[in-house]
Design a binder for this molecule. Structure first.
Ligand SMILES: [Zn+2]
Length: 500
């Protein structure tokens, strides 16, 4: 047996012991645009998505000679808010630096960022751990910078749109604390919820206004030693699904490359790769990218920042309730399951809809079911954001009331819900207008039951003769004659009484 084969065998032994051949180590750098009205260093609008190319630009964000940046106070406050929500410290001294590199989407030839004195340091957030319980993932830093322009590639040419250039961007760098793809997804989801709840950003992944750079490495035992070769940084992942697929692929590729005696065995530094959802593979972008390549130096056009302790204390005390606290409160206050609480808190707009409806007297469990069921289904089906739900909490509370008082049946409620979504009409008005109210009146239903028994005398005789299944045919006939509006419990009782 040669040395290589021995190593593989050793790896297999580890695999048997741990359930998989290697441990995955993941750290994530998240870029998220802050929800300001204007850009980081000029007065141009920061709401670039969907705007005609190069219409939100000025000499500052185009990097024209002589143009001077002026920092956006709101962006700095929002960046500190995010940091404090992530349990970071805001140091007394922080500054902006120039990160020098050439790229067509960066007309200045440098990006204003933060290097050795970031705005937020040493934080953490909590995720569900693979082995059960919870786990803290460290936040190394969260610093402020400006976004770049956007390149649009055609056949044989590229175009550049500078609308996004200069939009305030927060880069949140986690410690390499995630030991599986599942934990990486839990981190991304927890971070998204915290950033949205803190009111810092809408975290619009689908618009490219939030992106993940995912650092993946593998660690394993071989020949009695722990091996931990350099990582791959997968750039610009714009969905949780992309993080999941790309990290899974890259970890396995590194493992396979190691056993094939590939470049990972001699490599000393990380590589940067891209992800192609079409091929389901990563591809090499750059071999080496060290801080010294960027020749960082303090931004000469901006003074250093010294956030006052009063400002930090004010922001910290005005932080809204965070997702984990809100989940725990909703669960205990309204007797919801952890599952229901998670769905509601996945978006503050859903949680607010729930709390407002319940505040108006709606039954909590039924309300949670309608938000987690039909509401989410229609949001996804129509690609609508939770903040844009077309009905009000009062209308939802009214619908829930109609259901819990048995004025409408569950089946009819779905039709009323769809109509309420489409026309924004109050559910009570829809029920009234379309005559959908459930019929529980024994006199009215008794008359229908009598008609059915007369019309289907054979079924009645069969039932009395011991064929219990004949009851279902009679029941179906009554429901049909009332167009589904009859209260099923009253119909069953009347039928058995009259047949008895
Ligand atoms: Zn501008």
């Amino acid at each position: 047996m040669d040395a290589g084969a021995e190593r593989v065998a050793e790896g297999d032994a580890v695999s048997v012991a741990m359930g998989r051949a290697y441990e995955i180590v993941i750290g994530i750098e998240t870029h998220v645009e802050l929800g300001t009205l204007s850009k980081m260093f000029c007065g141009c609008s920061a709401r670039w998505f969907g705007m005609p190319p190069n219409t939100l630009v000025c000499p500052v964000c185009l990097g024209l000679p002589g143009a001077l940046p002026v920092p956006n106070r709101r962006a700095i406050e929002l960046a500190m808010t995010a940091g404090l929500a992530l349990h970071c410290e805001v140091p007394e001294h922080t500054k902006f630096d120039r990160k020098n590199y050439m790229y067509p989407d960066l007309p200045k030839g440098y990006q204003i960022s933060q290097y050795d004195l970031p705005l937020n340091v040493k934080g953490w957030l909590e995720i569900p751990a693979d082995g059960g319980g919870t786990k803290r993932v460290g936040i190394i830093r969260a610093h402020l910078e400006e976004d770049t322009g956007k390149l649009l590639h055609g056949q044989g040419y590229s175009l550049v749109d500078f609308n996004r250039s200069g939009v305030p961007l927060l880069e949140i760098v986690s410690a390499p604390d995630m030991s599986s793809v599942t934990e990486a997804l839990a981190y991304a989801e927890a971070l998204r919820e915290i950033v949205i709840h803190a009111g810092v950003s809408e975290f619009r992944l689908e618009e490219g206004a939030a992106r993940f750079d995912t650092n993946v490495s593998i660690r394993f035992r071989e020949g009695g030693e722990v091996r931990w070769p350099p990582q791959s940084e997968i750039k610009n992942l714009n969905s949780l699904r992309a993080v999941e697929q790309a990290a899974t692929f890259e970890a396995q590729r590194l493992w396979d490359d190691w056993h094939a005696g590939g470049e990972i065995r001699s490599r000393r530094a990380k590589i940067t790769v891209g992800w192609s959802p079409e091929t389901g593979r990563t591809f090499l972008q750059r071999r080496k990218e060290e801080a010294e390549d960027y020749r960082y130096f303090p931004e000469p056009d901006l003074v250093a920042l010294a956030p006052s302790r009063e400002t930090v204390a004010t922001i910290r005390s005005s932080l809204p309730e965070m997702p984990s606290e809100r989940r725990a409160r909703l669960a205990s206050q309204h007797g919801l399951s952890d599952y229901d609480a998670r769905i509601l808190v996945s978006d503050p707009a859903l949680a607010a809809l729930f709390e407002d409806a319940v505040g108006l007297g709606a039954d909590p469990k039924v309300t949670a079911n309608w938000i987690g069921g039909e509401t989410l289904r229609l949001l996804r089906e129509r690609s609508v954001r939770a903040a844009e739900i077309p009905f009000t909490a009062a209308q939802l509370a009214q619908l829930v009331g109609l259901i819990t008082t048995r004025e409408i049946s569950a089946t009819i409620a779905k039709d009323v819900f769809a109509e309420m979504w489409a026309s924004r009409t109050d559910p009570a008005a829809i029920v009234e207008e379309k005559g959908l109210r459930q019929v529980s009146d024994e006199g009215a239903l008794g008359a229908v039951v009598d008609q059915v028994l007369a019309a289907q005398a054979k079924a009645a005789t069969d039932y009395r003769g011991g064929n219990k299944r004949a009851l279902e045919a009679l029941f179906g006939a009554v429901m049909g004659r009332t167009k589904g509006k009859a209260d099923p419990r009253v119909v069953r009782r009347l039928l058995t009484e009259k047949l008895g």
